[in-house]
Design a protein around this ligand. Structure first.
Ligand code: SIN
Length: 509
């Protein structure tokens, strides 16, 4: 038999993706031998771009129950209460675990953690590093821990093309390296940790590699998916023409920065009792409405942060300066941008999907913990809590031998695609215009028709562009199927929540 791949790798588990969820899962699997496949550098993806921080009830006046109550209060009634309890109860111990691998959280001179506040939180409970460089600090420590772990091997710059199945189980992954090598990685456990879908949108805060790969792979393999219509748009991306847009962390509003219109008027006080710290979906839509009406919106931190900007928010400060704006003295123009996907591959509380042999963690997964709208700074937390649980679950799982005869035959990841920048730009614009912050039935139907046409323009074979089209169609279909507005899903033709859609099916497989 002539095999359609150049290299065969066998491991006890394959993790696809190397952000906080993937590396946390991989580390928790010891002593099982893990292969981490990642499209870029092990330190890439969304995690190092995370600014605000990680939420955990570590303050003396706080509790996991209060953190849980805030998580649920912004989730539009769709949070899975068991998942929320796991998330918020495990938060303090996961923070300690991160410290144990060398993550340094900002503290005062006496060593007390400095806690920020963000939208939807009724207490200061957001730990941060380097002011607004929390994700980068976590990645630094996680990459170092993984590099020092004997049981973890990494295959960088390799695009995981598809899951392979054998005897009704997921049995591995096909991949194509940047050098064109075709790889078949076989393992009795595969963990998807590929992140979200931000790049599907013309305006996003996510890095370019966030193209919905894991979601599309899982869908093609028949895994159960959930909550796909719920895409979170961050209210305050820097409106300076960059792609991706630079994030202006919500922690700025937590420190008192205000949103003003062209006339310098603070409009959020008229929209919600929590004003700038209202739930993220509420703030994003309020800004959107003003932009749609032809106005502009600014984040004004001149009074609240002012001269301490370079020290307290160094990442945002340098991004603004690069674009010619000094946020110490000038209000910064902002606009919403696609930021996070609450939906994904449905999992139980151990990260198990509906397909034997397949787990999912972090943004690609859907435990139901976020419901219809994620609470700020619960994403790094979710990835470390459920990444750790999934890693432990893989370690404990029986590992049937992978015979893989079928997998061998199906293992061709196909050729590298040519230039698809035209269809991709078209897709991103379509998603932004018709599957964005404000949707309606007509727009969603026309987006679906257009995405079908775009799919025909793509060359054969698995690729980022095909994953983007597949994921876009799934999101648009889910948005069309929910005729109401709830959390981050807003339908202008059904602007109110419908009690008939208030309950969720349990997400767990
Ligand atoms: C931010 O820093 O505003 C983003 C934090 C998050 O997405 O939770």
């Amino acid at each position: 038999m002539r095999y359609p791949f150049d290299r065969l790798i066998r491991a006890d588990a394959v993790v696809v993706g190397s952000g906080i969820g993937g590396l946390t899962a991989a580390l928790a699997m010891a002593p099982r031998r893990v292969l981490v496949i990642t499209k870029g550098d092990p330190g890439g993806g969304s995690t190092p771009w995370a600014q605000g921080g990680i939420a955990a009830a570590v303050a003396a006046d706080d509790s996991p129950a209060e953190h849980a109550a805030d998580t649920v209060s912004v989730g539009g009634g769709l949070n899975d209460p068991k998942a929320v309890k796991v998330l918020t109860s495990a938060a303090p111990e996961r923070v300690a675990a991160l410290e144990a691998i060398g993550v340094h959280f900002d503290a005062d001179v006496e060593g007390h953690l400095l806690l920020g506040r963000e939208g939807g939180h009724h207490r200061r409970r957001v730990l941060h590093s380097g002011g607004d460089a929390t994700g980068a600090e976590m990645m630094r420590a996680l990459v170092r821990a993984a590099a020092g772990a004997d049981h973890v091997e990494t295959l960088p710059f390799a695009f995981a093309a598809d899951l392979v199945t054998d005897g009704g189980r997921v049995a591995g992954v096909t991949a194509r390296t940047d050098e064109g090598e075709k790889v078949l990685a076989l393992a009795p456990a595969v963990v998807l940790a590929t992140g979200g879908i931000g790049r599907l949108y013309a305006n996003t805060t996510n890095p370019p590699e966030v193209t919905g790969d894991g979601l599309a792979m899982a869908a093609r393999a028949g895994a159960r998916l959930a909550d796909l219509e719920f895409v979170q748009f961050h209210p305050t991306a820097l409106a300076s023409g960059r792609d991706p847009m630079a994030l202006l962390t919500e922690a700025l509003r937590g420190e008192g920065a205000v949103l003003v219109d062209d006339d310098g008027r603070r409009f959020m006080v008229e929209v919600h009792p929590d004003a700038e710290l209202a739930p993220r979906d509420v703030v994003a839509r309020a800004i959107w409405a003003r932009l749609q009406a032809g106005g502009r919106v600014f984040l004004d931190a001149t009074a609240a942060v002012g001269a301490s900007f370079p020290e307290r928010f160094p990442t945002v400060f340098s991004l603004c300066l690069e674009d010619g704006i000094d946020p110490q003295t000038q209000p910064v123009p902002v606009a919403p941008a696609a930021h996070y996907h609450m939906g994904g591959v449905a999992t139980d509380l151990e990260g198990r999907t509906s397909l034997p042999g397949l787990w999912a963690v972090g943004e690609v997964s859907c435990t139901g913990v976020h419901g219809a709208n994620r609470l700020a700074s619960n994403s790094l937390l979710e990835a470390t809590v459920f990444g750790h649980r999934a890693g432990q679950s893989v370690r404990a799982a029986a590992a049937p031998a992978v015979e893989a005869t079928a997998a061998f035959a199906a293992a061709d990841p196909g050729p590298a695609p040519g230039d698809v920048s035209g269809p991709v730009a078209d897709l991103r614009r379509t998603m932004w215009d018709q599957v964005g912050l404000v949707r309606n039935g007509g727009g969603l139907t026309s987006a679906l028709e257009h995405l079908d046409e775009l799919a025909l323009l793509l060359p054969f074979g698995a690729s980022e562009a095909r994953n983007m089209v597949d994921a876009g169609r799934l999101i648009a279909r889910a948005a069309l199927a929910r005729p109401e507005s709830r959390g981050a899903h807003y339908r202008s033709d059904f602007p109110a929540p419908d009690p008939a859609w208030a309950a969720r099916e349990p997400v767990g497989a």
